[in-house]
Structure formats: structure tokens, C-alpha cells
Design a protein around this ligand. Structure first.
Ligand SMILES: [Zn+2]
Length: 353
């Protein structure tokens, strides 16, 4: 009797599962409304699902604190070269015999840049170098309140983009170059070079050889998950190649334009390892996911629905695969892992195999 009851319960349970998984149940849902979650949903909330507290930021991702109320801090990186940061954005300045060169002016703290320089010297700003054209890194030029028009140096693609933008807040470079430019001021030197499209056309490497300091903005995020979709890379394969290149180059200190501290070679190697793990997981997920599985047959003629369903299931598998190793190693991992996985899926499916 006990056995019969257990069989009946099992049958009833199977019936409920079958009912839940039939398309008639799916059709009973309001069209376009959220339904039951996909199988094996990661614990990390998907895009646009609001959550409470995010995962803890690892201690190793943090940088020196900023004095309360000050809004910035400066850090000497070598003879005459300083980073200015609000622990979210980073720029640099270089003092030479007679004057000062400023590299980037992020609006988030540009109003403090002259004060920051005044902590070191009372020399005036004669040159600006643009890492790239984006507003959030150079849009604070006006806040520098320069009495005299500075020399502005940028890659020629940066000039093209700024001419197109026609933005008074981002004056167009007065000196441009294609591949390489050496800025010599007094006895100081900056080597500017272009390595092709990754984050943004015109985004350059800025190297101070005497100080062994390399500045490349929006590519490496020391201790942190890269900003969403590989930092909005215009060319994802190019972005992977540039991270490899930075990893191989010789330098001592990296200024990456973001996060709370400067970067080390270990930071670059770690980011590269994460990116390669993500790529490997995406390859496996793309190869093992069947198109159309679990799709409501009534959506059979809706190609976008088919792809949406396929891509979601691929991405769920990617997130599940990389999370155990990486969720506690990179600051903000859970904030952007879905974005990275979607970007990786798309790149491998339509740009490279
Ligand atoms: Zn940018």
C-alpha cells in the first residue's frame, strides 16, 4: 500500500513537471511577460534584475584612501611624473624644467588638477596629451582655466573624432601623429604610440621611459572586472591583442585611467587569464548548446526569439563555468559578468571562432 502511494505521488509529480514544461503552460503566460527561469540559472542575478548588496570587493583591489573632503590624491610615480586620481578616474602630469604637461583631464576631478599640480610646483601648464577622445577622460579641459592656449597632442583618429563631435569642452589636438610621437620637454620625455583599434580608435600608449611608467586608458582594470562589454571595446579581438601586448611590454607602473590604484604586471596577467577563461568557456558553451531547445514552438517563425533563447542559454553556461574561480578575485565581478559573457558570445559567434 505504501509502495502504491509512493508511485501515485511520483506520477502526480511527473505530471506537474510535464505540465510546467509543456508549451500550453508557456502559452498560458501573458505574451511577452516573464516566465519560468531557464534551467541552471547562475546565482548571480542577470541583467536588469535589481539586487541588494553585491559581492565584497577584495582587499587587493583597493587603493590608498582619499582624504575626506579633498576629492583627489596625487601619487609620485617616478622623477617628475605624478598620477592624480579620485579613486575612480586617473590622469597624470609631468613636471619639466620650465613647465608642466597634463595627460588627460577627466571631468570627475578636473577642477582639482591645478590644485594638485600646485602641491608640487607653481609652474604653468603648457601641454595637454589626450589618451583618447572620450568625454569622461578629457572633457574637463575647460576646468583647467588655462590662460594660454596649450599645445594639445593626440593621435590622428582622436582628432577626426573630436572634429566630428564639435564639442567646445574637448578642443581639437594641435599636433597629431599616426604611429609614434616623442614629446621632448626640457630633459623629460614621453613616448606616444598607436597600437590600433581596441577600446576606441585613436586610444594611445603613453610611456615615460625614465620612470618606466606606462599609461593606457580603458583597457586594464587592476584588481577589478573590466568595465562592461570589455570596457565597451570597439574591437574585441583587438582588445584581447592589446591586453596581450601590455602584458609582454616592459614597464614598472601602469596607469590605466580607472579604479583605485596603479597596476602591476600581475594585474595584467590576471586580467588576461580571466579573459582567456571566459573565451574558453564561451567556446565550449557555443559548441554544446542546441539551437531552439526549449523554445515555445509558437515562436518558431520568430528568428529573434530563437536567437535570444539560444544566446541566453549559452551565456548562462558561460557565467556558471567561470564564476567559481573568479567571483572572489575581481572587484565588481558580479556587476558585469553577464555583460562580459554576452560580449564574448557575440565575438566568438560572429567575429572569430
Ligand atoms: Zn574611453
Amino acid at each position: 500500500m505504501k509502495q502504491v502511494r509512493s508511485i501515485l505521488i511520483n506520477l502526480l509529480f511527473t505530471g506537474v513537471v510535464l505540465l510546467l514544461s509543456t508549451s500550453s503552460f508557456a502559452q498560458a503566460l501573458k505574451k511577452g511577460a516573464a516566465g519560468i527561469p531557464y534551467p541552471d540559472m547562475p546565482e548571480i542575478a542577470p541583467l536588469a534584475v535589481h539586487i541588494g548588496k553585491h559581492l565584497e570587493v577584495p582587499e587587493s583591489s583597493k587603493g590608498p584612501a582619499i582624504e575626506p573632503g579633498k576629492g583627489y590624491r596625487i601619487q609620485e610615480l617616478g622623477k617628475g611624473i605624478y598620477m592624480i586620481t579620485d579613486n575612480a578616474y586617473q590622469s597624470m602630469f609631468m613636471e619639466y624644467e620650465s613647465d608642466v604637461v597634463v595627460i588627460d583631464a577627466p571631468p570627475s576631478f578636473a577642477q582639482h588638477i591645478r590644485k594638485a599640480i600646485a602641491e608640487v610646483t607653481n609652474k604653468r601648464i603648457t601641454h595637454l596629451v589626450y589618451s583618447h577622445a572620450h568625454i569622461d577622460h578629457i572633457g574637463g579641459v575647460k576646468s583647467l582655466n588655462l590662460e594660454k592656449q596649450p599645445v594639445i597632442i593626440g593621435q590622428e583618429e582622436t582628432k577626426r573624432l573630436l572634429v566630428r563631435a564639435n564639442d567646445a569642452g574637448r578642443p581639437v589636438p594641435t599636433i597629431t601623429f599616426k604611429d609614434k610621437y616623442t614629446l621632448k620637454v626640457g630633459t623629460r620625455q614621453l613616448e606616444l604610440s598607436y597600437h590600433g583599434v581596441a577600446h576606441e580608435p585613436g586610444n594611445i600608449f603613453i610611456y615615460a621611459p625614465a620612470q618606466q611608467t606606462l599609461m593606457v586608458v580603458d583597457v586594464i582594470f587592476p584588481g577589478w572586472m573590466p568595465w562592461r562589454r570589455f570596457a565597451l571595446a570597439k574591437d574585441v579581438p583587438g582588445y584581447f591583442a592589446q591586453v596581450e601586448e601590455i602584458n609582454k611590454m616592459k614597464w614598472k607602473t601602469l596607469v590605466s585611467g580607472h579604479v583605485e590604484r596603479t597596476g602591476t604586471h600581475a594585474d595584467v596577467a590576471e586580467q588576461l587569464e580571466f579573459m582567456n577563461d571566459l573565451k574558453k568557456a564561451a567556446r565550449v558553451a557555443l559548441a554544446s548548446t542546441k539551437f531552439g531547445e526549449g523554445l515555445d514552438p509558437a515562436d518558431g517563425m520568430n528568428a529573434w526569439a530563437g536567437f535570444g533563447n539560444y544566446i541566453d542559454r549559452v551565456v548562462i553556461q558561460i557565467v556558471n563555468s567561470v564564476t567559481p574561480k573568479w567571483s572572489t578575485r575581481l572587484g565588481g565581478y558580479d556587476v558585469f559578468i553577464w555583460d562580459q559573457a554576452y560580449a564574448m558570445e557575440q565575438t566568438l559567434r560572429i567575429e572569430e571562432q
